[in-house]
Design a protein around this ligand. Sequence first.
Ligand code: G3H
Ligand code: 13P
Ligand code: ZN
Length: 304
Amino acid sequence: MFADTKKLLLKAQQGKYAVAHFNINNMEIVQGVVAAAIKLKAPVILATSEGALKYAGMDYLYAIAKTASEQANVPIALHLDHGKDMQTIKKAIQIGYSSVMIDASHEKFEKNIRLTKQVVALAHKKGISVEAELGTIGGAEDLVSSRNIIYTDPEKAKEFVQKTGCDFLAVAIGTSHGAYKFAGKASLRQDILQQIKKKVKVPLVLHGASGVPQGLVAMAEKYGANLSGVKGVPDAQIKMAIKEGITKINTDTDVRIAFDAGVRKALQTAPKDFDPRHILAPARDLIQQIAEQRIKIFRSVNKG
Ligand code: G3H
Ligand code: 13P
Ligand code: ZN
């Protein structure tokens, strides 16, 4: 049985820490992330994007996540990330996800409200919570793309939450998806976040939050990757954002780089070994390591 995302986030809001959301695409990612959660006795949100569902199928990812949650002695939630297609959102609600995101942030304000309200009505009937987004998070991904960042307007955020009844809100404060987040100095608009927090009481979500750790990048590059120009959100900015009220933090890119580094190393160091288990197990271990690092950062804030 999956954990209740809303309960996890309300508890985090009270405790002034953030719950980690990790995007999942296959069994190794789920196992790496869940092993980290178990080791640190931390709750975790497993999230499937529409791209992940297209790749692996909702039934497969649901079954893998469910098995992980049944074997773990920590709360594991399953979340639909950046839901845009109504049929997919409905299927996630019906199959038993803990929460769904309706991402209509690319639409005009009124249409975003209308679509979000529709999803809230469907999801709440089944006791499932809803994440919505206002403003646009930059970056280009598989099925999630928006080039320019439009910061969330705090006053509009208040109106949006009141009118839609969404349970948590993704805000745009300068992050972007992917590995190339900042051309120059990395900085988030913590001032906008502060204003949003004053006006909005539901838990706030930070997308595009990967740290793109140098060690991992160096390892991937050592074994052949070309990641020049990558830059993530510094840990200090993440901690500040948690202090200002962020309670759910989304990480995908760091998991991807860990996977890439692990696979590249395995292939290069053992060219005669073609056993998929030997190729993928080191990637799974690296994913566990990066997930542990992220969870530790998210929990360290209230300890000063
Ligand atoms: O927020 C976006 C995630 O990184 C998902 O990316 O659509 O390529 O799976 P994806
Ligand atoms: P990153 O690309 O920074 O990992 O962000 C992932 C994300 O926001 C998923 O919704
Ligand atoms: Zn996102």
